[in-house]
Ligand binder design. Structure first.
Ligand code: SAH
Ligand code: SF4
Ligand code: F3S
Length: 455
């Protein structure tokens, strides 16, 4: 009898993701490209043979956090060496890597690989190269290669009932505060056929809800095999023909690209959920112009009106920046007024953070930190009030809930309403994966409770 060949130990990969949903998608894809060379994902950095920090450069705090986390990774590596557990490959990916690759190599020379968001399909090659490198220096790959990385990535597998699907990347809008056009590069739309194939695969794996992702997702203009160009509205219509796909969402939209076809899709396509993240950033025309947003307050208001004409119950969410250079009390008051007028169910608000290389960072009239703090508090208080009021208004209503998994307590399931609110309900686990019409009986600040479903 021959001895079985010794099993090669699967190597473990730990990925920490910062920033936006696009980074979440990218982290999963990096795990996919490393799987064929033996890496399996772990949630424990202590047991990893390789760590990837998938970073975000959007605000200073996010970017600085990477350097402190890198220090921690270095200590992990030292502990492993002490235990004789082998080396630890340390990689930095994402938007900080793209923007500050050389700086990372200088400030953290123990990093093995620095790679930008457009080159992660080359990861296996980079890992092999890093293993061969003997000069103790890391490898930097922050090119914007002419070939789109999507052509080189394995088809993602659906895990669970909801999935992200990147359809568009990059940005040509150059808002004066924002690093994204520099870190992600020019706008690129994936071909429609590739997206449909990926979506069908996800649905075959059990996914019932897909969120289409892009830095400017509604600027989508993808090529078809016949040489035509599809808008996001057209793509949504095609996705809606996939029988088992119950829900479609998209993120993040720009007001400038919100065309009539897409707004009408909210009326015409039942699978397209009545929830829209449509960042306005500020309510003052003077500030919107200084931000180079390419839309004013009135344009935004008209979009909201039109959307509500098509779909009366559409729930809106937005991003806001307070304390943009030159923002006066009257400008901030205009933001507050717009918020009260529109009414949001969800929102993300930030203090302006000056980012290197962006036009606004060089403007005089930077707003003092204490003024930014006070404005942020006032804005967040109003937004929280609106969110609570919306949740409370759902009590007594029957809402369709996609049941996505087990809840926190025994016998409880968790799900989401069309408006993206988390819902908890006592129900049998057999209901997971279905869309159930549930009576809402309770509202917390961030979630809803539905009446138990009888077994
Ligand atoms: N493409 C999206 C936004 C992507 S960045 C859009 O155009 O809406 C996500 C959010 O981060 C932005 O909407 C903005 O509110 C915030 N943000 C971007 N740069 C920032 C900065 N320099 N300071 C503070 N917040 C910023
Ligand atoms: Fe940044 Fe503006 Fe582009 Fe959004 S549209 S990613 S805020 S530059
Ligand atoms: Fe951050 Fe890059 Fe996303 S800067 S918000 S991770 S596109």
């Amino acid at each position: 009898m021959t001895e079985p060949a010794p099993q090669k130990r699967a190597k473990k990969l730990f990925i920490k993701t910062y920033g936006c949903q696009m980074n979440v998608y990218d982290s999963d894809r990096m795990a996919d490209v490393l799987a064929p060379i033996g890496y399996r994902v772990t949630g424990e950095p202590e047991e990893a043979d390789m760590v990837i920090l998938n970073t975000c450069h959007i605000r200073e705090k996010a970017a600085e956090k990477v350097f402190s986390d890198l220090g921690r990774m270095r200590s992990l590596r030292a502990e492993r060496a002490k235990k004789g557990a082998g080396g630890l490959v340390i990689a930095v990916a994402g938007c900080v890597a793209q923007a500050e690759g050389a700086e990372i190599m200088k400030r953290a020379p123990f990093v093995d690989i620095v790679l930008g968001p457009q080159t992660y399909h080359r990861l296996p090659e980079l890992v092999a190269k890093a293993a061969r490198t003997t000069n103790g220096r890391g490898i930097l790959d922050t090119e914007f290669p002419p070939e789109p990385k999507f052509d080189y990535l394995p088809a993602p597998r659906g895990q669970g009932l909801t999935a992200f699907l990147s359809i568009q990347e990059g940005c040509d809008k150059f808002c004066t505060f924002c690093v994204v056009p520099y870190t992600r590069g020019a706008e690129y739309s994936r071909p429609a056929a590739d997206i449909l194939r990926e979506a069908r695969g996800l649905v075959a794996d059990g996914v019932r809800e897909i969120t289409l992702l892009g830095q400017n997702v509604n600027a989508y203009h993808g090529a078809t095999d016949s040489g035509a160009t599809w808008s996001l509205a057209r793509l949504v219509a095609a996705l809606a023909e996939i029988p088992e796909l119950a829900r479609i969402r998209y993120l993040t939209s720009h007001p400038r690209d919100m065309d009539d076809g897409l707004m009408a899709a909210h009326r015409d396509v039942p699978q397209l959920m009545p929830y829209l993240h449509l960042p306005v950033q500020a309510g003052s025309d003077r500030i919107l112009t200084a931000m180079n947003r390419g839309h004013n307050r009135d344009h935004y208001r008209r979009l909201v009106e039109k959307l509500r004409r098509h779909r009366a119950d559409i729930a809106l969410s937005s991003d806001f920046i307070v304390g943009f250079p030159g923002e006066k009390d009257a400008d901030f008051a205009a933001t507050m007024e717009l918020v009260r007028e529109v009414g949001y169910v969800q929102a993300y608000s930030f203090k302006y953070s000056a980012r290197p290389g962006t036009p606004a960072s060089g403007l005089r009239e930077q707003v003092p930190e204490d003024v930014k703090d006070a404005r942020l508090q006032e804005l967040q208080a109003e937004l929280t009030k609106q969110m609570r009021a919306f949740n409370a208004s759902c009590i007594g209503r029957d809402l369709d809930v996609l049941l996505t998994g087990a809840g926190r307590y025994a016998g409880q399931l968790a799900g989401r309403t069309p408006y993206l609110q988390p819902v908890h309900v006592q129900a049998d686990a057999g209901m997971i994966g279905t869309v159930a019409r549930l009576r809402i009986v309770g509202a917390e600040p961030n979630s809803l409770t539905a009446a138990a479903i009888a077994a």
